[in-house]
Design a protein around this ligand. Structure first.
Ligand code: ADP
Ligand code: MG
Length: 719
């Protein structure tokens, strides 16, 4: 098991603002305090809360409002505007059931400034009677433009007693993220108790150093939480809702800091391990370069030098290799692998999909066989005798280069002497998987070097918070002879034109891809869609050869189809997104992508990178299904207007958020409680600076900070 935090007992550190509660007063540990300790919280409710990741009283306090309602002041009826959420107060001057499209109860009410209506579609007889003319009423709801002027549908309301004044709310009313059957009022009552505990016991010490808080003008953690659950009437709603209130920034900062410190710890742990010193020897490298029909680009040479210097040291390398689609990352990785092989170590290359792994294997074997190097292949689909054999070859070391899918991570795989692990398209793997590699080292003392390759350039603010500042090499140059892909956006009602276009390209001797992205979430349905499209296109192109490839075909079938396409024996290849990465057929110059609006921009850019690899002018047609949302339109336009992977990734990040870009949304890795990597990216430099200061001057603070914010991080330390 890999634990993401250091197992030191939490220490309590008081800043001058947090008075010492004294030895006699028992201080509850809010983090350990179960919710069932709160009044009115039984096991059923606790379970509901667990669904929204609230397990302890501390979790509850970190469960911040999504937004706020302002019920602190009355709005004169004459000042109502469409869309406002307001409190109004007045007298009911008429109440009747009306029969429009639907039966409803309509109450007219007025104050000194004007009149308006309340409308109820669901109401009881008792309710109708209580809302009688002459009653004074206060209500809260959203103003809509209705049939009779402004109306409020289903307001929350309160009948006022004639002589008793009803006080207004003193604080903004929080609206919390919730789940089915968990009412806001329920959360609010619990929160009131949690805050009471927090206030009374001073149970939440500050772990930020006093000088940090002073310099950055931060209030205490406890004060920030209290403020955000109960902002005073005069607080700026707008600032709060944008997450830019100083109290919010204070919390986001602490969370990012804890996260960064945690990753730094992991990194330190790794660095304390030994790794094989793979000093440059060079005869295999020379032989490979000699056999290649091309020379390395300048960028490949530079990056290759960086990597080779790194793996020559007896400390595990942890390096990110970024380069746009087609920039030649594989070759750079193979040069590093040769270094390992030359020293009698194994190298492994792991890819995110079966087909990419397969392509890599075929490529590598072609390069390495002439050098007398044994390359093995392992994926989940290799079974039985064949599997036993390759496992054996990996275990004895007779397989020197091993290519595979995440099957390489499985426990049964034991390497004889793994010196270098190369991970392609890392953003598909979680941090936890990468960490599992640590168990895959050779003798207990030696850990493999790691090279992580990605075509999705990861903005630095993200590498900081998700990779703890990996060392980074960038290939910023494409091999000569590539042509930019001309991209158009076309509605699927113009399918006939698209088909004519394919026919033309193929009769001129070129090849095309047709990518079905429909129903991305389901592998089975996606394959069915591809099969249907294949059937349709086969009947439409009677004198062209059409092929089909998808993820559920047998490995041997896929290889055969790819081989046919490579050799030009198929004109058109209908595919699912399995061809997204790695497929390399320079003669293919046209790509149709169906329903591109369903995919991320980085993924589309990857797909598109399958064309534009030869001298012919290349085209990509994005065949969307109408109607297209405004955001989708914007995103596709970015792709149409740019061929620059880095630019595209940054735009994608701006529009969709980091979870999606990194592909980690499902794994919850990027699920910060409070911080938002987009909104709070401006904090990162400060976070880093202060992290260094804390590591140097107050390392005692690190463990409790990590424990406070990443207690559940353990979950993803397990593989
Ligand atoms: P990616 O960076 O997208 O993984 P690949 O490593 O798959 O790119 O390389 C794309 C293609 O370019 C491959 O066919 C590879 O053999 C070829 N290639 C790599 N380096 C060069 C080079 N310096 N000159 C010409 N072609 C190259
Ligand atoms: Mg690649």
């Amino acid at each position: 098991m890999t634990s993401l935090y250091i197992n030191e007992p939490a220490i309590q550190i008081m800043t001058p603002t947090d008075a010492n509660p004294g030895p006699t007063q028992a201080v509850p540990d809010l983090q350990a305090l179960p919710l069932t300790q709160l009044q009115g919280v039984g096991p059923a409710l606790a379970e509901k809360l667990a669904n929204i990741h609230v397990h302890s009283v501390l979790d509850l306090l970190f469960h911040l409002p999504l937004r706020y309602q302002d019920r602190t002041r009355l709005t004169p009826i004459a000042a109502l505007r469409h869309g406002d959420e307001v409190v109004i107060e007045g007298q009911i001057v008429g109440s009747a059931i009306v029969f429009g499209k639907r039966r409803s109860l309509l109450c007219k009410m007025q104050d000194a400034s004007g009149h308006t209506s309340l409308r109820f579609y669901h109401f009881s007889a008792a309710q109708k009677n209580s809302l009688a003319s002459g009653q004074r009423i206060r209500c809260y709801g959203e103003v809509r433009r209705g049939q009779s002027g402004y109306e409020i549908y289903h307001p929350e309301y309160q009948i006022l007693q004639q002589n008793t004044p009803a006080p207004m709310e003193k604080f903004l009313t929080p609206v919390y993220p919730s789940t089915d059957g968990l009412h806001q009022n329920r959360i609010r009552t619990m929160m009131t108790q949690a805050i009471e505990l927090l206030r009374k016991s001073r149970a939440l010490p500050d772990y930020l150093p006093a000088n940090l808080s002073r310099k950055l003008g931060f209030v205490s953690l406890s004060a920030a939480l209290q403020y955000l659950h109960n902002p005073p009437a005069e607080a700026s709603l707008q600032q709060l809702e944008q997450g830019r209130h100083p109290a919010q920034i204070r919390l986001a900062f602490e969370e990012l800091l804890a996260n960064y410190l945690c990753l730094q710890n992991l990194r330190d742990q790794l660095r304390r391990q030994g790794a094989p010193a793979l000093t440059p020897a060079g005869h295999l490298t020379k032989a490979l370069l000699h056999n290649l029909p091309f020379a390395l680009t300048a960028a490949q040479q530079r990056v290759s030098r960086e990597i080779l210097m790194d793996i020559a040291r007896p400390i595990p390398m942890l390096r990110l290799l970024q380069g746009d689609v087609g920039s030649g990352k594989t070759l750079v990785a193979v040069l590093a692998a040769l270094q390992a092989v030359e020293h009698g170590f194994q190298a492994a290359l792991m890819a995110p999909t079966e087909i990419l792994a397969e392509q890599h294997y075929l490529n590598l074997d072609q390069w390495l066989q002439p050098l007398g190097i044994e390359t093995g292949f392992l994926s989940g689909r290799i079974k039985g005798k064949k599997r036993a054999q390759i496992l054996q070859e990996i275990a004895t070391g007779s397989a020197q280069m091993i290519v595979g899918t995440h099957a390489l991570f499985q426990e049964e795989v034991s390497f004889a002497k793994l010196g270098l692990m190369i991970i392609d398209e890392q953003h598909r793997f979680g941090v936890h998987q990468r960490l599992a590699l640590r168990q895959k080292g050779t003798s207990p003392a030696l850990y493999p070097h790691q090279l992580i390759m990605t075509a999705t350039p990861i903005p630095r603010t993200l590498t900081m918070s998700t990779y703890a500042d990996l060392d980074c090499s960038i290939i910023d140059e494409l091999p000569p002879g590539r042509s930019p892909v001309n991209t158009v956006i076309i509605q699927d009602s113009r399918r006939d034109e698209v088909i004519a276009r394919i026919r033309q390209a193929c009769t001129e001797g070129r090849q095309a891809y047709w990518v079905c992205t429909l129903i991305e979430e389901s592998d089975v349905l996606q394959c069915q869609a591809a099969e249907a499209t294949f059937a349709e296109l086969s009947t439409r192109f009677t004198n062209l050869k059409v092929g089909l490839i998808h993820g559920r075909m047998k490995a041997a079938e896929k290889t055969a189809v790819m081989e046919q396409f490579k050799q030009g024996r198929l004109h058109l290849l209908v595919a699912t997104t399995v061809i997204e990465v790695g497929v390399d057929v320079p003669n293919a110059s046209l790509m149709i992508i169906e329903n591109p609006e369903r995919l991320g921009l980085a993924q589309l850019h990857q797909l598109r990178g399958r064309v534009g690899r030869g001298p012919a002018a290349s085209h990509c047609m994005l065949l969307y299904h109408s109607p297209l949302s405004e955001v989708a339109r914007q995103r596709l336009a970015i792709l149409r207007d740019s061929n620059d992977g880095f630019y595209i990734a940054e735009q994608d990040l701006a529009i969709r958020g980091p979870g999606e870009v990194l592909g980690t949304r499902q794994t919850g890795l990027m699920a910060f409680k409070i911080a938002d990597l987009r909104r709070d990216s401006h904090l990162q430099d400060q976070v880093r600076t202060w992290a260094q200061t804390i590591r140097r001057e107050q390392p005692r603070l690190i463990a409790p900070l990590i424990r406070r914010w990443l207690a559940n991080a353990e979950e993803y330390g397990n593989v």
